[in-house]
Design a binder for this molecule. Structure first.
Ligand SMILES: NC(=O)c1ccc[n+]([C@@H]2O[C@H](COP(=O)([O-])OP(=O)(O)OC[C@H]3O[C@@H](n4cnc5c(N)ncnc54)[C@H](O)[C@@H]3O)[C@@H](O)[C@H]2O)c1
Ligand SMILES: O=C(O)[C@H]1O[C@H](OP(=O)(O)OP(=O)(O)OC[C@H]2O[C@@H](n3ccc(=O)[nH]c3=O)[C@H](O)[C@@H]2O)[C@H](O)[C@@H](O)[C@@H]1O
Length: 348
């Protein structure tokens, strides 16, 4: 029996496991093997569309995106429509999918709290049934699958910064559970398909990522503050404002995801920028950089908002040779430029 790399609660280890399923004989033929065929679920969204841009820079990559456009948009991919190495399919991952691919980046899932709480039953179906469908596809065609999990699997963490070994502090019945418990089940499914069926898996635990192309009315903190500053509205700091987050620029995130997919270790691996800020710090930075006239307003918060979050990225550094390059002060102006263009308000 083949030896497979598996993770033991974040500690990479070697254990007995089934060998991965073989790609179909047709995919093995010399002609078809020339290109790497890559499926990106949720590829019309924020991170997904940046990932597609990066993947298509390589001439031997073909990309298929499936997306139901719940939070994503064709606009994000418009430069690739008609490109010979690109295909876009309207598809909901809660339904089975039949395509012949070598790699699957599985991102499909609403990510902003206002969107994932809008239809929580659909969110958990997307995480559970959607991930099972994708793993079933991987099993059939012998593809390697990467899941974009989340720092929300650590819940309101009692360990700081969070290492991959930490099991988390998650409310199983709260309003965020459709997302955080959904992702925890998705991770479990990944490992069970790996151990039981030999599927090649990779799990990234993504920490708060920001950058151009986020939905303007996405509801997440960086996009909200930038849109508010540009429109001259008060920046809405959800109480108490001392809660922390660590913000990763999207190009760094995409590099980390590709390194993880093409590396040897299955994870889970934290990918994020460890520079930690309070929400109040972030508001002050956006105000100073973009519109010193705007007010800071404390508003009510939502239940179970994690009080602090900062990734320990020792594993990403050592195993993937990855570190984030873009600081918050470099990334915010890049996002401001994109938001000003889309909102249609230039800097005075
Ligand atoms: N951005 C972050 O800070 C962050 C942090 C942690 C994890 N993640 C994960 O990364 C992934 C991408 O996040 P994002 O920020 O780009 O969010 P996003 O909302 O912009 O992208 C999600 C995409 O998935 C699509 N989608 C949703 N449900 C679907 C379904 N049932 N079938 C098909 N497509 C569906 C949406 O239309 C959208 O295009 C998500 O899995 C998210 O959980 C993101
Ligand atoms: O990185 C992660 O793992 C997760 O991070 C985010 O979840 P969250 O950190 O709650 O993201 P935001 O909605 O951007 O909130 C961040 C903080 O800013 C605060 N906030 C948000 C919006 C706002 O207008 N004002 C404000 O103070 C929130 O209360 C929260 O404390 C993402 O939305 C999830 O998709 C992702 O999985």
């Amino acid at each position: 029996m083949a030896k497979l790399e598996v993770s033991n609660g974040g500690n990479s280890a070697v254990s007995e496991g089934k060998p991965p399923p073989l790609p179909s004989p047709r995919r093995n033929s010399k002609f078809l093997q020339a290109n790497m065929r890559i499926l990106v679920t949720g590829g019309a969204g924020f991170i997904g569309s940046h990932l597609v841009d990066k993947l298509l820079e390589k001439e031997t990559n073909e990309v298929i995106v499936v997306d139901n456009y719940f939070t994503g948009s064709k606009e994000n991919l418009k430069k690739w429509v008609e490109h010979p190495r690109f295909e876009l399919i309207r598809h909901d991952v809660t339904e089975p999918l039949l395509v012949e691919v070598d790699r699957i980046y599985h991102l499909a899932c609403p990510a902003s709290p206002i969107f994932y709480k809008y239809n929580p039953v659909k969110t958990i179906k997307t995480n559970v049934i959607g991930t099972m469908n994708i793993l079933g596809l991987a099993k059939r065609v012998g593809a390697r699958v990467l899941l974009t999990s989340t720092s929300e699997v650590y819940g309101d963490p009692l360990q700081h910064p969070q290492t991959e070994e930490y099991w988390g502090n998650v409310n199983p019945i709260g309003v965020r559970s459709c997302y955080d418990e959904g992702k925890r089940v998705a991770e479990t499914l990944m490992f069970d398909y790996h151990r039981q069926h030999g599927i090649e898996i990779r799990i990234a635990r993504i920490f708060n990522t920001y950058g151009p192309r986020m939905n303007i009315d996405d509801g997440r903190v960086v996009s909200n503050f930038i849109a508010q500053a540009i429109r001259g509205e008060s920046l809405t700091i959800q109480a108490p404002g001392t809660q922390t987050r660590s913000f990763c620029y999207v190009s760094d995130m995409v590099d980390g995801l590709i390194k993880l997919m093409e590396g040897e270790v299955i994870g889970p691996i934290n990918i994020g920028n460890p520079d930690e800020f309070t929400v109040l710090d972030l508001a002050k930075k956006v105000k100073d950089l973009m519109n010193p006239k705007v007010e800071l307003e404390i508003v009510g918060n939502t239940p179970d908002d994690p009080r602090k979050r900062k990734p320990d990225i020792t594993k990403a550094k050592q195993i993937l040779g990855w570190t984030p390059k873009i600081s918050l002060l470099e990334g915010l102006p890049l996002m401001e430029e994109d938001f000003r263009r889309r909102i249609g308000l230039n800097k005075n």
